[in-house]
Design a protein around this ligand. Structure first.
Ligand SMILES: *Cc1c(COP(=O)(O)O)cnc(C)c1O
Length: 431
């Protein structure tokens, strides 16, 4: 596969952006390759600057559940743009999307739109601290909740990929207010509360971890978090930026019958435009200005183009949920199990973790139930696999510690082509 133009574009970008990228996970450092530069995308396919075509299995890191350039989404954005791209004043489209969100997530009685998942979790934590008058936040190793200071302690995603679990530049005084515990371990949570019973403001969790690769909650784990937080007067924040609208229309809250105090959303809720959201029980949300003392704001929050894309995407999912989610489940199951079978046939140790259309193939005999397990994966073997797959036109997230996704535009043809590519990659030892 020729990458001449992408390589030239990378050289140019490296003069302008650290590492040539505007988000570190886009660099291919971890898989030892240069990233293709994307020119356009349609349905399940990405097209790069050299005219190569790839089956897309990262979906802009989650948002593109309906595939690229989905006609209803494109039309909604174009229609909104004709009426101006921003007002800085309230619109009906914000309430329309908020009513859709509340219908899917009944626990969200009130909410605020922001422009990213990072802003959503950062604001939810400020709110939790204000509501409880406490300072400590409990998070879990390998979970990523955006790049706010207090959440970059033992974080997943790019922080895990590049081996920077605690970022430079985060003052020790702030990092000390975050307790990072192993995921899927309720005893660790009980012990933390025993040691800091009146100091923990909130527990924040990725209900299904996506940012150490895909890791499922053990039966009873999430319900256990709910019970413990309730007992100790701490808030439970479920970070559904990745899982919301992805693993079910109502996300993990629906799938695992969870009733957290606050929920954060992003990615799919913006239909590919920059949107985040935090919301939950009215008593907490009404602490925000102008009603209450917790400050939070955003010049482009509830942006009309973003609301249009969100309404088109979430509206489609609501209307077609009965077909969309079973279809995503069936396609992802065929793909994930098909590739795992090829690995087994070639004698390669592979652990496939999946919930609906979100999954990871860990290059490890497994099981993978927390970050420490994920970290045992053979990242060199993953890198070799990734390079062969990319060369055969299959674009997976370029790190072992990221979840892959597919969309409603992916079908039998893409699944068959991907399994064939994987079979070759395993047979060649991924070389
Ligand atoms: C992507 C992600 C975030 C951060 O969202 P951004 O829009 O990238 O700031 C937060 N939490 C989770 C679970 C995510 O997957």
């Amino acid at each position: 596969m020729n990458h001449t133009r992408s390589q030239a574009l990378q050289t140019r970008a490296e003069r302008l952006f650290p590492g040539g990228v505007n988000s570190p996970v886009r660099a291919f450092t971890a898989v030892g390759a240069a990233p293709p530069f994307v020119e356009r995308a349609s349905g399940a396919y990405l097209y790069d600057a050299d005219g190569n075509r790839y089956i897309d299995y990262f979906g802009s890191w989650g948002p593109m559940i309906l595939g690229h350039a989905f006609p209803a989404v494109v039309e909604a954005i174009v229609r909104a743009a004709r009426d101006s791209s921003s007002f800085g004043a309230s619109t009906a489209a914000e309430s329309e999307l908020a009513e859709r969100v509340a219908a899917c997530f009944p626990v969200i009685e009130k909410m605020r739109f922001v422009s990213s998942g990072t802003e959503a979790t950062m604001s939810a934590i400020r709110l939790a601290r204000a509501a409880t008058g406490r300072k400590i936040i409990v998070k879990f190793e390998g979970c990523y909740h955006g790049h706010a200071d207090g959440l970059l302690v033992k974080a997943g995603s790019g922080a895990a990929t590049f081996g920077i679990p605690g970022s430079a530049g985060v003052p020790e005084e702030i990092a000390r207010l975050t307790l990072a515990l192993p995921y899927n371990d309720l005893v660790a949570v009980e012990s933390a509360f025993a040691a800091h019973s009146h100091a923990i403001a909130a527990v924040i969790v990725e209900p299904v971890v996506g940012n150490s690769g895909c890791i499922l909650p053990a039966p009873g784990y999430l319900a256990g978090l709910r019970k413990i937080t309730e007992r100790h007067g701490a808030l439970l924040i479920v970070d559904e930026v990745m899982t919301g609208f992805r693993i079910a229309l109502g996300g993990a809250c629906q799938l695992y019958s969870l009733e957290p105090d606050l929920v954060t959303l992003g990615k799919i809720v913006g239909g590919g435009l920059p949107v985040g959201l935090f919301g939950g029980k009215r008593c907490f949300m009404d602490l925000l200005t102008p009603l209450g003392p917790v400050y939070q704001a955003g010049t482009l929050s509830g942006n009309p183009l973003a609301m249009a894309a969100g309404n088109a995407t979430v509206g489609y999912l609501q209307q077609h949920a009965a077909e969309v989610y079973p279809q995503l489940e069936a396609t992802a199951k065929a793909l994930v199990e098909g590739v795992a079978r090829e690995a087994a046939r070639a004698g390669k140790p592979l652990t496939a973790n999946r919930v609906g259309s979100m999954w990871t193939w860990f290059f490890s005999p497994g099981p993978v139930t927390n970050y420490a397990d994920a970290a045992k994966s053979d990242t060199a073997a993953f890198g070799r696999f990734h390079r062969v797959m990319l060369d055969r036109g299959v674009w997976l997230p370029p790190s072992q510690f990221e979840a892959a996704f597919l969309s409603t535009a992916h079908g039998e043809a893409e699944v068959a082509e991907t399994i064939a590519a994987a079979s070759q990659a395993f047979e060649r030892g991924g070389e």
